[in-house]
Ligand binder design. Structure first.
Ligand code: C2E
Ligand code: MG
Ligand code: MG
Length: 590
């Protein structure tokens, strides 16, 4: 047998094959139908769709043949793809290229072969559609040749539409995540390049957009963003839609001035609102990147890492960032804690409430107690709410958790009330609990069931950056206020709190954050700031509460400034239930 001829565009041809990703081993009913029709039309014992790879041919569909592949040097198809015209061998035994071919001298004893190459628009031969007989036949007549050609055109159409089906987002036609994964694999081993992910909006914001303006609008917005990115990126850069709110692309080279300049340009562009259907939309872009050539990680890790980098960049508002290994560890811990928390909620014996008393700043009378969640994990030990509450708030886990807390707290307060020693309980709730009616509904039912007077309950509400729907939250807070439940704004003076925002909420009390309080006895400026805040709060008619009081001097400053209520380690630490009860008993008798 002679050595096989190679097409001149072999390298490009192989790349295209990888690109099209014709999955081997999956049967496609359309290909099966075409082959069956072909076999019947030509009354041929064998009909095949052969795909020619570097070393072998394999059959995407076949009839009359039990093998699924052969080495390339045995394949007739190798010759068929050398041109874009029909390739016919009337009698293989008469053809010196094939007479010694094992497929001719042995089973299936090929004598006649007619193959139409499967050629892409730009002239790359992928394989062939062919009929085979174990008897010689005359060359195809004009009708037969044209039929085979049309069947081959159908096969090509199907190949392309399958690719689109698998590799394009059906709503927008953009390249999808599966395609990105495929391309990461194909580009493996190429010189230094990076993978970039862009978070364009938060999932919550997209959700709001869908609710307000409809699904189609959200898709149009993604197309608008896609177009903006296309204009900003180097020509011919593929842009992939990784998820509903995320795009990805490859960048030649790694971290350096060029990539930073590109990221800066992207961020600059998206600082301005985008106009979609005449409506201005303010995106919140975060760019994450990872150098692929330096990374030993596997494919799913790359995507996970770059996506977490972009998510981090967006949520922290830092614009762009390269993947840092520490991020992965933090997220691993977050993941571990969240699944452990789900278990803890089921287990019933890992979670408890501690109570920290709150006092009248002037008389020292005990006014209420704040319920603080405690989690003792069998292996991880005591976990701080400061760590796991923010995690729960970013998932839907906060809802069942808050429900658990409010049940415990209301039951406890009811117990004290019935025992003739009422104590008001403050419960921390998150903005996430209040952006729908469910939590409030549950709470009102709980009050009705237990008969606890609503005046014995207060909610401490923390404003947060993630509060996406302030109107919904206000609506729920108003419902709670109407039945007489007090509402305190927790951690006031930090992060996102401000008076304007506060005026929109039906709050009864403002709880000054510990970070404001801790230095007021030594730091003149801190003291003035707190005095001003208290003065403003008083004029607006709120009860003023200070938390985090750790010494007598601090207490004195707050008293003089007119603060109503105080809470802190200096006065009483958070206590387990039994400790609180004996503390109260001791206080009564003192
Ligand atoms: P927070 O609501 O501001 O609660 C006050 C935190 O400050 C508590 O920490 C308390 O132990 C601590 N603390 C009280 N007095 C002092 C003091 O004098 N000095 C110092 N250094 N710290 C003091 P904890 O229990 O670790 O809770 C942290 C945060 O976790 C809470 O801040 C609250 O935002 C959140 N949290 C706790 N339990 C719950 C809950 O059941 N639901 C929700 N949504 N959040 C909770
Ligand atoms: Mg609190
Ligand atoms: Mg606080």
């Amino acid at each position: 047998m002679q050595s096989v001829p190679m097409p001149i565009n072999e390298a490009a041809r192989l790349r295209r094959l990888a690109d099209l990703c014709l999955l081997e081993g999956t049967r496609d009913p359309v290909f099966e139908d075409i082959i069956e029709l072909l076999q019947a039309y030509f009354d041929a014992p064998i009909a095949l769709i052969s795909i020619l790879e570097e070393q072998r041919q394999w059959f995407k569909a076949s009839r009359g043949l039990c093998i699924r592949e052969t080495p390339r040097d045995m394949s007739f198809c190798t010759y068929a793809i050398l041109s874009d015209a029909l390739f016919v061998v009337p009698d293989a035994l008469e053809d010196e290229r094939f007479r010694d071919n094992p497929l001719v001298t042995g089973p299936p004893y090929i004598r006649f072969y007619a193959g139409m190459p499967l050629v892409t628009e730009d002239g790359l031969g992928l394989g062939s559609l062919c009929i085979i007989d174990n008897q010689p036949r005359p060359p195809l007549n004009e009708h037969q040749a044209s039929a085979l050609k049309r069947f081959a055109a159908l096969v090509m159409q199907r190949i392309l539409s399958l690719r689109d089906l698998n590799y394009r987002d059906q709503q927008t036609g953009m390249l999808n995540r599966a395609r990105l994964e495929q391309d990461i694999l194909t580009r493996r081993g190429e010189q230094a390049h990076s993978l970039v992910a862009i978070d364009v909006v938060s999932p919550q914001m997209l959700n709001d957009i869908v609710k307000a303006l409809g699904y189609q609008f959200s898709q149009d917005l993604m197309l608008t963003i896609h177009a903006e990115l296309t204009a900003l990126l180097p020509a011919k850069t593929n842009i992939y839609r990784i998820s509903q709110t995320r795009f990805g692309f490859f960048l030649d080279g790694g971290r350096g001035p060029a990539s930073e300049a590109l990221f800066a340009a992207i961020l600059e562009r998206f600082k301005q609102p985008l106009f979609c259907g005449g409506i201005p939309i303010q995106t919140q872009v975060g760019i994450g990147a990872i150098e692929l050539s330096h990374s030993q990680a596997s494919l799913p890790d790359w995507l996970r890492m770059v996506v977490s980098a972009s998510d981090d960049a967006r949520t922290k508002g830092k614009g762009s960032g390269w993947y840092e290994p520490g991020l992965g560890r933090a997220q691993q811990r977050a993941f571990m804690l969240l699944s452990a928390l789900a278990e803890a909620l089921q287990s019933g014996d890992q979670l408890r409430l501690a109570y920290q008393p709150r006092f009248d700043a002037h008389s020292g009378a005990l006014l209420s107690a704040e319920a603080l969640l405690r989690w003792e994990h069998p292996f991880l030990g005591a976990l701080s709410p400061g760590e796991f509450i923010p995690l729960a708030e970013r998932t839907s886990m906060i809802r069942p958790l808050s429900l658990w807390v409010i049940r415990q707290a209301v039951n406890q307060a009811t117990g004290w009330y019935r025992a003739g020693m009422p104590l008001k309980v403050s419960v921390n709730v998150s903005a996430e609990d209040l952006d729908g009616a469910q939590f409030t509904d549950n709470l009102l039912t709980l009050l009705a069931d237990t008969g606890l007077p609503p005046q014995l309950l207060e909610l401490e509400f923390t404003e947060s950056a993630v509060c996406q729907s302030p109107e919904l939250v206000r609506e729920q807070l108003e419902r709670l206020r109407r039945v007489g439940i007090d509402v305190a704004i927790d951690d006031f003076g930090t992060g996102y709190s401000n008076w304007t925002y506060l005026r929109q909420l039906p709050a009864t009390a403002v709880k000054l954050d510990r970070s404001l309080i801790c230095n007021i006895s030594s730091d003149e400026r801190d003291r003035r700031l707190v005095e001003t805040l208290i003065g403003l709060g008083l004029r607006l008619g709120y009860r003023i509460v200070a938390e985090g009081i750790e010494c007598a001097d601090t207490l004195e400053v707050l008293r003089r400034a007119g603060c109503h209520e105080v809470q802190g380690f200096f006065l009483a630490r958070p206590m387990e239930l039994h400790a609180l009860e004996s503390w109260r008993a001791a206080r009564e008798t003192a």
